[in-house]
Design a protein around this ligand. Structure first.
Ligand code: ZN
Length: 410
């Protein structure tokens, strides 16, 4: 394709898009990068038909080679590096009679940046050597589309390794993207926030949770957020005998401790009965949390209050310490709590924002519930094949209780 036959003064284009398609295609094939140097947008207030504005967007646009002259005065510029090399190549298109664009000026010849065309890099991508020109490392050439950014964002959200994603992008999308760009995409999709309103809205709208907030009387800063879902409260009703409670530190980037209320279900697994984020573990905050839990689960509150008074109230000054929990409840129960906490920690990364921590918690919760459902269903769908007399006592236990409970009752 001869450039002078494609681009000449007087050539017309029916729309900005028509110009753009030919211009971009040509630039790609010829390893050139032009940026908009100057332009004038069609003004919506100046009695121009909206259809004309949509079709043409500009009254004129001047494109200059990326390696063209630099803007601004040289005097204020320090020794920063620049890709400006005073290449004279440019294109000027102007809207004529509101009917078409016309090339009204151009300089086709590039100068002073022969290096951009050099074939210099040999990158090994998955055992294939790929020849790259420096031209192919120019950011404009590697600009990701909106769809590509969304797709990459999804991969990074699933904790994909950035270097592997970088290689994948080069192989599949044929684009060279710096790790810094991937880092930026990652923080966009994974930043979330700690804004109290956003946290409460997320819990209520996305997870239909019941949310309670404890604020400091004087400063009205948030000291605690307690939340539970219908399913969690229902699990507590089913298995209210004993409640385990433990805190996990450093999960959120605002130093809130995640407290988890757990009960033990019929298969011996931990079930979440409620959660709280606490800013401190001072007495008033802990009391607020426990009272909130009590109020929400009123049907068994007497039992719970009694349990709480006997086991926790008299050592309330320090019971949230992990070591105390370990000693007062013994190893078996501690292990169960520890395993649930450990599993949650695998899903919620340290120093997450509150909203991301909550989203990840519910991802874990959904998976945990599914696993429990499958496990319980398995017990109903399969019966142990044991030989008993018709009125054997053990047989009745086995038929009435879950496998876990009947094993305990032996
Ligand atoms: Zn140039």
């Amino acid at each position: 394709m001869d450039i002078e036959k494609v681009f000449y003064v007087g050539r017309q284009f029916g729309s900005y898009q028509a110009w753009q398609e030919i211009f971009e295609d040509y630039n790609k094939k010829n390893n050139q990068v032009f940026t908009i140097w100057d332009c004038h947008l069609l003004n919506e207030s100046s009695n121009i038909d909206q259809s004309i504005i949509d079709t043409f967007k500009y009254s004129y646009v001047k494109f200059k080679c990326k390696f063209g002259p630099s803007r601004g005065s040289q005097a204020t510029q320090r020794q920063t590096s620049t890709c400006k090399m005073n290449c004279p190549s440019y294109f000027l298109i102007s809207l004529k009679n509101f009917r078409y664009f016309e090339i009204t000026g151009l300089h086709l010849e590039h100068k002073y940046h022969e290096e951009s065309k050099l074939v210099r890099l040999h990158l090994v991508v998955l055992f294939r050597t790929v020849q790259c020109r420096f031209y192919e490392c120019i950011p404009e050439v590697n600009k990701l589309t909106k769809e590509e950014e969304i797709m990459i964002g999804k991969m990074l959200k699933l904790n994909a390794d950035k270097k592997q994603v970088q290689v994948m992008i080069q192989k599949e999308l044929r684009k060279i993207v710096p790790l810094k760009k991937l880092h930026n995409i990652n923080s966009q999709v994974n930043s979330g926030n700690n804004d109290l309103e956003a946290v409460v809205q997320l819990l209520r709208d996305s997870y239909r949770a019941d949310v309670h907030i404890y604020k400091d009387n004087e400063t009205s800063t948030c000291k605690g957020i307690f939340f539970s879902t219908e399913e969690m409260r229902s699990d507590f009703k089913k298995w209210p005998e004993i409640v385990f409670l433990d805190g996990t530190y450093k999960l959120t980037n605002n130093d809130m401790t995640l407290m988890i209320f757990l009960v033990e279900d019929g298969t011996g697994r931990g079930e979440v009965a409620g959660l709280a984020f606490l800013s401190t573990e001072e007495r008033d905050v802990l009391e607020w949390m426990l009272n909130t839990f009590k109020k929400l689960n009123l049907t068994v509150s007497l039992k719970f209050i009694k349990y709480f008074d006997t086991n926790w109230h008299n050592i309330r000054e320090d019971w949230c310490m992990y070591s105390v929990l370990k000693n007062s409840l013994g190893n078996t129960t501690n292990n169960r709590l520890e395993s649930v906490n450990g599993k949650i920690k695998q899903v919620i990364k340290k120093n997450s924002s509150m909203t991301i921590a909550i989203k990840n918690f519910f991802i874990w919760y959904a998976s945990h519930k599914t696993t429990n459902l499958l496990r319980t269903a398995g017990q109903f769908l399969k019966k142990p094949n044991l030989q008993f007399d018709p009125d054997d006592a053990e047989k009745k236990y086995i038929e009435t209780l879950s496998q876990y409970a009947s094993a305990k009752s032996k």
